[in-house]
Write a protein that binds this ligand. Structure first.
Ligand code: SAM
Length: 289
């Protein structure tokens, strides 16, 4: 049934657009067109038991995340680098959303009484824009990503701080978030561990929560920021399939339960921000003192 529907004239446009999208990652698509392509792909892959996606091969999942930037069809590496290094100052809604996310993060840190020069660990930092801001603010920051290209560019942000003559404590490390306690550590050290729009890329988010717990000092806080809800698994399917990256959405209840199971107390849901069709979760939770 799903296979017949995907092959039907009803999804002709979706099929055609996906072929174009394969050649041009940034093909401009309207919301309706995204829906047409996404629905076609989900039906097609459901009929082959490929949807919902299962992520079973850690080495493959890591390789895809590491090589993400080289997989963007029709875009040069230099263009991607320029785009990433301009983050969060993207013109329009994207930029406004990043800056809104950052100001929300700072407000939450202040409410939790985590203030400079507290020690922060960021997981999945991309090219490090948030870590740069936090270090300039006065926090002592270690920021990590699995991708060598991310960290190479993040170092440029660090150099820009030095060029401004500012004193800041900022270190970038290549590290998978699931095993960050073993590779970067140290244990029982950080006042807060934060992850912003990156936990949904983790190969094993439960292991990541455990690793964050182990890195925190007693009384320290985990901040899970702007992570998408379950609809994301459907909405991001087209984009994720183009580059084979790991994209899942979270159930709020599942996140909450797992934070408690890991040993966090004071698990607080800070509500979600409306973002297109998905809601983004914000959680904070404290390691017992
Ligand atoms: C959507 S980006 C978000 C980056 C950053 N937080 C930001 O706001 O720009 C997801 C990031 O997570 C990283 N990532 C994906 N899987 C990872 C893993 N298992 N361990 C560490 N980093 C990972 C990616 O390389 C990328 O830097």
């Amino acid at each position: 049934m799903a296979k017949a529907l995907a092959a039907s004239p009803f999804f002709r446009k979706g099929r055609k657009l996906f072929e174009e999208n394969r050649r041009a990652w940034d093909l401009p698509l309207s919301k309706l067109e995204k829906l047409q392509v996404g629905a076609y792909l989900i039906l097609e892959d459901y009929s082959k038991s490929l949807f919902p996606p299962r992520f079973e091969d850690q080495a493959k999942a890591y390789a895809m995340e590491i090589n993400y930037r080289t997989q963007l069809a029709g875009i040069s590496l230099e263009t991607t680098r320029q785009t990433e290094l301009r983050k969060p100052f993207w013109f329009g809604r994207g930029g406004v959303e990043f800056l809104t996310g950052y100001s929300r993060l700072v407000t939450v840190l202040e409410q939790l009484k985590v203030s400079p020069p507290s020690r922060l660990l960021e997981l999945g930092c991309g090219t490090g824009w948030m870590a740069e801001f936090l270090a300039i603010t006065g926090f002592d920051v270690v920021a990590t990503s699995i991708a060598l290209t991310d960290i190479a560019d993040a170092q440029r942000r660090q150099q820009s701080i030095v060029a401004k003559g500012l004193e800041a404590k900022l270190r970038f490390e290549i590290a998978a978030m699931e095993s960050v306690v073993e590779t970067v550590g140290p244990r029982n050290h950080y006042d807060a561990v934060l992850v912003f729009e990156a936990l949904h890329h983790a190969f094993d988010w439960r292991k990541t929560v455990q690793s964050a717990f182990d890195c925190l000092r007693p009384g320290g806080w985990i901040l899970i920021c702007n992570e998408p809800n379950v609809l994301h698994t459907f909405i991001s399917y087209r984009a994720a399939k183009l580059v084979n990256t790991h994209e899942i959405g979270f159930s709020r209840g599942e996140l909450r339960r797992h934070l408690s199971v890991t040993g966090f107390t004071e698990v607080k849901y800070l509500g979600s921000s409306l973002h297109l069709w998905t809601k983004k979760h914000w959680f904070v939770a404290q390691k017992p003192a």
